[in-house]
Write a new protein. Structure first.
Length: 196
């Protein structure tokens, strides 16, 4: 039996003001990837491509671990796009051959009453041929369980994003400011540079 599961999550985050605008930070999409997942679960394949090893999942007594290749890129205005390009299910060859995953996401900055905010949305869709005996489960129960599982994945990513992204942005913005201060030529005071 073929089944389709879907989930969406929206996010809106107020961005505390930092010395460097968040648009500059968002032009480095690899930072966003590292904000949504643990470092040991991400491999950077190229400038725009990343492999995300998701946490093992349990779906109606099936245990499996999706590995998703993502393309992540940024526009000049700081809008970050994320799209799945490949997926593999580790541990269940039967499912892997009958499984597709489509993830699309977008995060962008905007001004609201003089305050910078980030707004985003992620849509996740999975199509799978459910194996016997799970295929005997009534379709509404199967779909509700699958949709709930996908939603829990997106909620976990959203929570990590909301916490880790702002933390990383603050550290990055302040390091960038410190670096530019240290590279500026030091002005000598009159005591250090007496006029004769």
């Amino acid at each position: 039996m073929n089944s389709q599961f879907v989930a969406s999550q929206c996010v809106e985050i107020a961005v505390p003001e930092q010395p460097v605008p968040i648009q500059h930070y968002l032009r480095q999409p690899q930072r966003l990837v590292h904000a949504i997942a643990d470092q040991n679960r991400i491999d950077q394949l190229s400038h725009e491509y990343f492999r995300l090893k998701m946490r093992p999942l349990d779906f109606m007594s099936l245990n499996f671990q999706p590995t998703v290749d993502l393309k992540v890129w940024a526009d000049s205005d700081g809008t970050v796009h994320l799209r799945s390009v490949r997926c593999e299910i580790i541990g269940l060859d039967y499912i892997n051959q009958r499984f597709t995953l489509d993830l699309k996401g977008k995060l962008y900055p905007y001004q609201n009453n003089g305050v910078t905010q980030l707004k985003g949305r992620a849509d996740l869709q999975v199509n799978v041929e459910v194996p016997f005996p799970l295929s005997l489960t009534p379709k509404p129960i199967l779909e509700a369980t699958g949709n709930s599982l996908l939603k829990s994945v997106l909620v976990r990513i959203k929570q990590k994003l909301m916490h880790q992204l702002l933390l990383d942005y603050r550290q990055w913005a302040n390091q960038d400011t410190q670096a530019s201060i240290q590279t500026q030529p030091k002005k000598l005071s009159p005591v250090d540079n007496p006029t004769l």
